[in-house]
Design a protein. Sequence first.
Length: 91
Amino acid sequence: MPYRPQIANVTTAGSNEKEGLYEFIIHTADGTDIRVFYNRFPEWKLTALSRLGKVPCPVCRKDFICKCMEKFSNEFDQQLKDGEWLNKAAE
């Protein structure tokens, strides 16, 4: 069964509002936490994404750093924009 990420919650981890840079932590429905970086100017753009090593990767089941979540960056980006998560977390 292929992995399908589902965002459960988003929190702001840090920001530089003057430069339009934001760091968010995505909490997925399966318990995986992912750190994403966005640039707000001229519009919201995903610049980097990485899985936090709290639980094994749901794709490869490795306990250490892997790049599996980068394959789903478009899905995370779309869910964040569709659910208005970026505007909510940046307030």
